[in-house]
Design a protein around this ligand. Sequence first.
Ligand code: PHE
Length: 436
Amino acid sequence: MSENKRASFGGKLSVILVAAGSAIGLGALWRFPYIAGKHGGAAFLLVFLLSVLAVGIPAMLAEFAVGRSTRQNAVGAFRSISRKWSWLGYCGVICAVLISGYYYIIAGWSLEYLVNSATGSLFASDLSFKEQFEAFQGSYRPLWYCIAFILLTHFIVARGVEKGIEKASKVMMPALFVILLVMAVRVAFMPGAAEGYRFFLSCDFAEAFKPETIMMAMGQAFFSLSVGMGCMVIYASYFKKNNNLLSTSLNVSLLTIFVSVLAGLVIFPAVFSAGLEPTEGPSLVFVTLPEIFSGIPLASVWATAFFVLVALASLTSTISFHEVITAYISEEFKVGRRVSATITTLVSILLCTVTFFSLFGVDFFTLFDYLSANIIMPLGALITCIIVMWFMKKEFMPGELTNHGSVNRAVTPLVLFMLKYVTPVLIFYIFIKNFL
Ligand code: PHE
């Protein structure tokens, strides 16, 4: 695709929905509740909020600026700033590959649960939900569903930026908000819900300010906002020149926080109402949620709605890291979009197969998750902030943030100060503190 023919997203709302589509996904609905459950509920939420404000939003702005100004994929974007930074773009592509190696697997679980809820078999079985989950894990079904999910992603990405990605996000994101809100109201009326709220909203500051918790919260902020691996670079490369980067990043972050909190408000009351442990781990959503639905009328309908929600949210996220790789291949090797999307899809299938079969040996699952969220993304964000503030022309960031003097003039100095000093120092400090 040549520069002047490059696709772009439509109006302001489309841009927010597409970027929020990437951000909101398993990170908010699945990862956040189980990590928060392990690290003290609201205490974790507090540190997470601070991380989003202090490091997530500034780093997202830096990526937006790089993407919109260069209008290229992650590798091309950093290379066009300077040859010596192209490796950062490659790190982003590698990170997208690593995330592909496990994200589709969990997304596939949601598809299986969606099908089983819709057909009613989830509630018809004699096995407990935990046993059903284990039986499912012990079969080949997760692999088939994972591949189905990759193919679903493939068809949307292959259709292109406007007809595929933008159109899908505009339908799926509003649907997601509605389903989640209805669920939150429903759960509030379940017996024992109060205990869940108490757990989720109680504050344990000693836990919250442990270096390990802070590191997890920061990793969660980057993962959940899709920041630090070039995803927002490529999405911003489809923004229009007059897009207000600051308001887009604030809207995307607010929506992500809103969905994460709402997911907590759905899941914890539900967990306690079913008499389960809030620290269940990665299976939290899949074992506990059916448990709750099973006690109520129209169980299958509720469960189906919930898993439709998880699958939709995952899909708008898988599209975005698929796009990181697809755009890289198509622009750097000058091949068509369908060819590059197909290569990306095949690589993803291969990697997920490896992860699937080694789930029992090497834990690629935890490894890929840890490497991407806690190492590559924080470092990627750190270096991006340093590049835009210390290595680019002085006018670069102010120009991008204010659209060359037309918007946000009052707050820009504060944002620049954060980007130049606060954000990089914080990321660096948390990183070092955790590893030394
Ligand atoms: N932000 C997505 C989520 O929370 C995951 C993601 C990470 C997507 C990195 C793209 C890039 O589910």
